[in-house]
Design a protein around this ligand. Structure first.
Ligand code: SAM
Length: 286
């Protein structure tokens, strides 16, 4: 049904998918159900949908949630969503860039207006060109959200939901793991969209932890060490720590690693989040 609706709306409003806005519209009912079910949306939840587009998923979300707040950059889509859902009183449309909007204020305002809200959840088929900055903003801003269920490019998903030191680990893996418990909900074939993207997609769910995975003395130092180590991921940690100027020389770096029980010839991608936490705390105390 969603395929016919999408074709109908694109024709009626003379829409050509805007590539530069990452517009790939979902045309598969089952995938939409999988995303909404994966998000475990219930009637007392507020859902923030990023990039609702023509509203294929919005329609299901409106039936399930107390309220759906749609943040969409393309004004043409806002007009369509407005016409399409005029009969609903639980939708709010915001024509803005999700990366620029003050999400904390938006959520606080909603929570002060609505009574007995269970959770605030983010649900989206994200525009792929800005997947990472959107997810980073959502997890690093200390927002009152319970979970983020999104469809993204599979290669990015692999990295985000990996357990640090697993084979797909990158610097970003540690950040996601620090803030969230993550899970794959399923793969989605290219044929589920128009226009068809070049890549396979994956639905993932990130649940925000109540407390970060590890306690560190200084988050800035902790994340800086991880980022710097991964900028030279082929080098041993010992070399990176020396090159970065974190340690005066290799001897001092080796000394530090030995004290922490970390092998001196280890490469960054073999380090667990606890290892990086130990290193960061050691350096803060110097
Ligand atoms: N949710 C729709 C669906 O599944 O068919 C559309 C998904 S499409 C992959 C991404 C949507 O994000 C588009 O509607 C696009 O206009 C919107 N978008 C792109 N950049 C955005 C931004 N910075 N802020 C908010 N929305 C954005």
């Amino acid at each position: 049904m969603v395929l016919e609706e999408t074709k109908f709306l694109m024709k009626k409003y003379n829409i050509k998918a805007n590539k530069s806005l990452g517009q790939n519209f979902l045309i598969d009912d089952e995938v939409i159900q999988n995303i909404v079910n994966g998000a475990e949306v219930e009637k007392d939840d507020i859902v923030i949908e990023i990039g609702p587009g023509l509203g294929s998923m919005t329609k299901i979300l409106l039936e399930r949630a107390r309220k759906v707040i749609c943040i969409e950059l393309d004004q043409k889509m806002i007009k369509i969503l407005h016409d399409r859902f005029i009969a609903y009183n639980n939708i709010e449309l915001i024509n803005d860039d999700v990366l620029k909007i003050d999400l904390d204020k938006l959520i606080e305002d909603q929570l002060s207006r609505e009574q007995n809200i269970r959770h605030v959840k983010v649900v989206a088929n994200l525009p792929y060109y800005i997947t990472t900055p959107i997810i980073m903003k959502l997890i690093e801003s200390n927002l009152k959200i319970e979970s983020i269920t999104v469809m993204i490019q599979k290669e990015v998903a692999d990295r985000l939901i990996e357990i640090p030191s697993g084979k797909n680990t990158g610097a970003i893996t540690y950040t996601v793991y620090y803030y969230c418990e993550s899970e794959s909900i399923g793969m989605v074939d290219k044929s589920s969209f128009i226009p068809m993207p070049e890549v396979t997609s994956e639905i993932i769910r990130l649940k925000l932890r109540k407390e970060p995975k590890v306690k560190v003395k200084d988050e800035k130092v902790f994340f800086n060490i991880i980022k710097s180590a991964y900028m030279q991921r082929r080098k041993t940690l010992l070399n990176s720590l020396t090159n970065m100027g974190v340690c005066k020389n290799k001897e001092e770096a080796a000394n530090m690693l030995e004290k922490m029980g970390i092998p001196v010839d280890i490469r960054p991608e073999k380090l667990t989040i606890e290892d990086f936490a130990k290193i960061a705390d050691y350096l803060v105390n110097l």
